[in-house]
Design a protein around this ligand. Structure first.
Ligand SMILES: NC(=O)c1ccc[n+]([C@@H]2O[C@H](COP(=O)([O-])OP(=O)(O)OC[C@H]3O[C@@H](n4cnc5c(N)ncnc54)[C@H](O)[C@@H]3O)[C@@H](O)[C@H]2O)c1
Length: 301
């Protein structure tokens, strides 16, 4: 049997990177985008990434851009949707995929936090629909969270996990289709507290980030939070939680501090200011450090 033919919906930051992962593993990949410029630069962005990673070029030739959904997915075995994080856009795309993709194709969404059940709605053939939550950049961060709904067939989940492992990813099965899955629930629990610490004047934004990067952040790639709880002892963990948990932020919605930044147009690096100010050089240097760190990261056995 030949390699699965892959289709990707959305040629943005995630879509082009996901296409690259499959192409590097020898899959033919067709990519649809609603905006022509994203298609025009698709191959050159992938070629640029491969050069940055010191990988041989050529895989980009397996990737083609298309302006028609039917042409993109018409003979696909697996479709991965990586369009903007808006429920109505994803719902419309999935309804379209049911019309245009083969009945046997697996249909996956790369949503960051939206429950897959909400995207699938009452569409027919929901047994072949699931979530595959990749991380940015998809060709450097190993994890993909695989999330089924109550209607997803276990066989489809198994086939997706096998496919992702075969292209070098680290797939995990998330057993319940909850908003944010596992990774973004954990990540945004941390961000909520980080923002609360700044809003309450306990420390400034730079200090909060220094605390994380110079302490438990150093260990996180080799020591997960629950391994750490076992390492220090569940009894110590209980003593700590007895004191500190009642003081942590529990607001059910976004922080007013964050909403205020957005309202003032302080959107972070793209506007030059967010929690910190970001002159272009400083932003570029940070992006470069993150990329180099991910590229050079070596797991220890
Ligand atoms: N950026 C991240 O770090 C990250 C990580 C994991 C998951 N995600 C998720 O991946 C998805 C895509 O995010 P991104 O960062 O690549 O966004 P992006 O804005 O870079 O790319 C989205 C692409 O979709 C295209 N598009 C817009 N409407 C469309 C439509 N109706 N049909 C097809 N294409 C359409 C846009 O032209 C754009 O090229 C989102 O659901 C996001 O939450 C993002």
């Amino acid at each position: 049997m030949g390699k699965d033919k892959i289709a990707v919906i959305g040629a943005g930051l995630m879509g082009h990177g996901i296409a690259q992962v499959f192409a590097v593993a020898g899959h033919r990949v067709r990519v649809f985008d609603a905006h022509q410029p994203a298609l025009d630069t698709l191959r050159s962005r992938i070629a640029g990434n491969l050069a940055d990673l010191d990988l041989p070029g050529g895989a980009e030739a397996l990737v083609s851009g298309h302006g028609e959904p039917a042409e993109t997915v018409g003979d696909a075995d697996v479709v991965i949707e990586a369009a903007p994080e808006k429920l109505e856009i994803k719902q419309a795309i999935f309804a379209d995929l049911v019309r245009h993709a083969p009945a046997s194709a697996i249909l996956a969404s790369n949503t960051s936090v939206i429950p897959i059940t909400d995207i699938v709605g009452d569409l027919d053939s929901a047994d072949r629909m699931l979530g595959t939550h990749w991380w940015n950049p998809p060709f450097l961060v190993p994890l993909v969270e695989v999330v089924g709904t109550s209607r997803t067939s276990p066989d489809v989940i198994g086939r997706m996990i096998e496919l992702l492992a075969s292209v070098g990813k680290t797939p995990v099965h998330v057993k319940k289709d909850v908003a944010g899955f596992v990774g973004n629930r954990l990540q945004h629990a941390l961000w909520r507290e980080a923002i609360a610490i700044v809003a309450e004047g306990i420390a400034d934004a730079e200090t909060v980030d220094t605390v994380v990067k110079s302490s438990f952040g150093r260990r996180l790639a080799v020591l997960g939070p629950l391994e750490n709880a076992d390492l220090v002892g569940t009894d110590l963990t209980l003593d700590i939680h007895n004191v500190v948990l009642k003081h942590l932020n529990r607001e059910p919605g976004p922080s007013p501090y964050l909403a205020n930044l957005v309202q003032q147009g302080k959107l972070g690096m793209k506007s030059g200011e967010g929690f910190q100010t970001w002159p272009e050089e400083k932003a570029k240097a940070l992006r470069g450090r993150v990329y180099r760190y991910l590229k050079e990261f070596k797991p220890v056995e």
